[in-house]
Design a protein around this ligand. Structure first.
Ligand SMILES: C[S@@+](CC[C@H](N)C(=O)[O-])C[C@H]1O[C@@H](n2cnc3c(N)ncnc32)[C@H](O)[C@@H]1O
Length: 251
């Protein structure tokens, strides 16, 4: 299959999978942030002097939005999955959280112009292919005000495992690039879609990871993309299976 067509298909599957699993958020998973994620959210929050405008990009069911909101900020959450957004809206009813809003917008389609003091994008960029990373970083840059802060978690490359997944996917005839983990995607996706949302946790952690498209970029490449997008990395840390990257748009 031609790569562009295949990428379109796997992106649609990602949306459908999150829509399907949405009822499990705030019930079976996504109940509280991991330690390192929490620490980096606190570092992110310390970079603001007063109430600010924050974008939660690929917000899911809004795991971090309570923390951002309670810190006094206005929060706008966007995601491509209407299912997870519905869970976020149920969890944070508008009458109790007037400064917290949601909209269905994909990272690739974001078109905000200099309106945010801060952006977080948590545990979502692994669903983005190598072609679209620079597009999305450019969208983040455009959305930030001068001096604005960006916190992204990166599911970085694991040479050994990713190499094996790449070889298997090539043998299957898939139009993959190195770092894409998709060799079990079709089977795991079908298995997950046949289960009820609240039964998805019966799948092993590894199998669950395979139900949806993953791309693991090398960190050297990520740093180069940041540089090219005009985003200066201020701090990096590794923990909870992610590289945590705090960056800033120049003033
Ligand atoms: C693992 S969840 C993380 C959700 C939330 N950020 C959190 O940490 O709880 C990944 C999220 O990324 C969203 N997502 C994946 N690809 C996306 C895209 N291209 N545009 C917008 N959202 C996307 C999914 O719908 C899902 O809600």
């Amino acid at each position: 299959m031609e790569r562009a067509k295949w990428l379109k298909k796997v992106r649609a599957q990602t949306e459908a999978l999150y829509d399907h699993g949405a009822p499990a958020f705030w019930v079976k998973w996504g109940l509280s942030p991991d330690q390192m994620h929490r620490e980096f959210i606190e570092k992110f929050l310390r970079r603001f002097d007063g109430p600010s405008d924050i974008l939660d990009a690929a917000c899911g069911a809004g795991l971090y939005d309570g923390m951002l909101y309670e810190a006094g900020h206005r929060v706008f959450g966007i995601d491509q999955s209407g299912g997870v957004l519905a869970r976020a809206q149920e969890h944070y009813p508008q009458e109790h959280f007037p400064g917290l809003r949601y909209a269905k917008i994909g990272l690739q389609e974001m078109d905000f112009q200099t309106v945010y003091d801060g952006i977080i994008c948590m545990d979502a960029m692994e669903h983005i292919c190598t072609e679209e990373w620079p597009v999305i970083l450019a969208n983040f840059h455009k959305a930030l005000r001068p001096g604005g802060v960006l916190y992204v978690t990166v599911d970085a490359q694991k040479l050994d495992e990713d190499g094996k997944a790449y070889e298997r996917a090539k043998l299957m005839g898939l139009p993959v690039v190195f770092g894409e983990v998709v060799d079990e995607l079709e089977a795991a996706y079908a298995e997950a879609m046949a289960l009820e949302a609240l039964e998805l946790n019966t799948l092993s952690y590894e199998r669950l990871d395979h139900t949806v498209y993953h791309f693991h970029p090398p960190m050297e490449q990520v740093r180069l993309w940041y540089d090219q997008a005009g985003l200066a990395i201020e701090e990096e840390g590794t923990g909870d299976d992610y590289v945590h990257v705090l960056a800033r748009k120049s003033s």
